[in-house]
Ligand binder design. Structure first.
Ligand SMILES: [Zn+2]
Length: 272
């Protein structure tokens, strides 16, 4: 009755036998003279050693040299990155248990890395290649394929965009950072890396065309020709869309009857 060696399934905490009957093996623990399962799995009894163990139902898949994985940086030490291995980059399957994987500073980049903290940040997602899968997982991010594939601003946690080289810019606050990036940065589904030739072109003029509309009438004619291409000319980078878009979002586009500026509110006598 107490023979735990059948192909039955045990849950963590299930009683396997007494410590007098069995030596607690892998996947078990002993408590108050009883041996319990520590894992979900199949109990196994080694009758020669009188050892009971539990073979996990979901074995952690073996990572072997040359496998490529995605891993998240959990800690940055002086000479290594400590990561959790999330998934296989080849199959996309998650790696159960998210085993720890380390990247030694000498394996982070082809060239010399002075300080890991200048090129990586906690929370970054890496694409890495497995150098060793057992007993500890060792990873490398050397080579253009490997490195950070998703990084966040260390200030505001916004997503970083790749500018060029190691230069990154925060989508939210504009902060500049550096990363050892993978060439798959931001698009590790395999999409083509889009506008490589025009770094930093588009984010400056987003919030900038408000409030310059007052004297728009003069520039409108010549702006219309240049504006679409000239992302680098911030000065003239006002909009010229007045002719194509009636712009319900823009009250200043209304026909200039001259009275669409609201009168100043009357002074508040109750201030005091
Ligand atoms: Zn930011």
């Amino acid at each position: 009755m107490s023979d735990p060696s059948e192909e039955r399934l045990v849950l963590p905490g299930d009683l396997l036998g007494t410590a007098e009957e069995f030596v607690p093996g892998r996947g078990t623990y002993e408590y108050n003279g009883q041996v319990y399962a520590a894992l979900l799995g199949h109990p196994k009894v080694d009758t020669q050693n009188r050892t009971v163990s539990v073979q996990a139902l979901h074995e952690v898949p073996h990572l072997s040299e040359g496998d490529t994985v995605y891993a998240r940086i959990e800690e940055i030490k002086s000479a290594m990155l400590v990561t959790n291995v999330l998934s296989s980059a080849r199959t996309g399957r998650t790696v159960p248990g998210n085993p720890e994987g380390t990247v030694h500073i000498s394996k982070a980049k082809d060239s010399y890395v002075e300080e890991l903290g200048l090129e990586f940040a906690i929370g970054d997602i890496l694409k890495a290649v497995v150098l060793q899968g057992y007993p500890t997982v060792k990873l490398s991010t050397q080579g253009s394929e490997f490195g950070v594939v998703l990084g966040r601003c260390t200030d505001c946690h916004g997503i970083l965009s790749h500018v060029s080289g190691s230069q990154m810019v925060c989508n939210r606050c504009g902060r500049r950072e550096q990363r050892k990036v993978s060439k798959e940065y931001g698009g590790h589904k395999g999409g083509p890396s889009s506008d490589e030739g025009a770094p930093g072109e588009s984010h400056a003029e987003e919030g900038h065309h408000r409030g310059h509309d007052r004297d728009r009438d003069h520039d409108r004619d010549h702006d219309r020709d240049h504006d679409r291409r000239g992302g680098d000319r911030g000065r003239h980078g006002r909009r010229d869309r007045s002719s194509h878009e009636p712009g319900p979002d823009d009250p200043l586009d209304a026909p200039s009857s001259g009275e669409n500026t609201p009168a100043a509110p009357p002074p508040d006598p109750s201030s005091g």
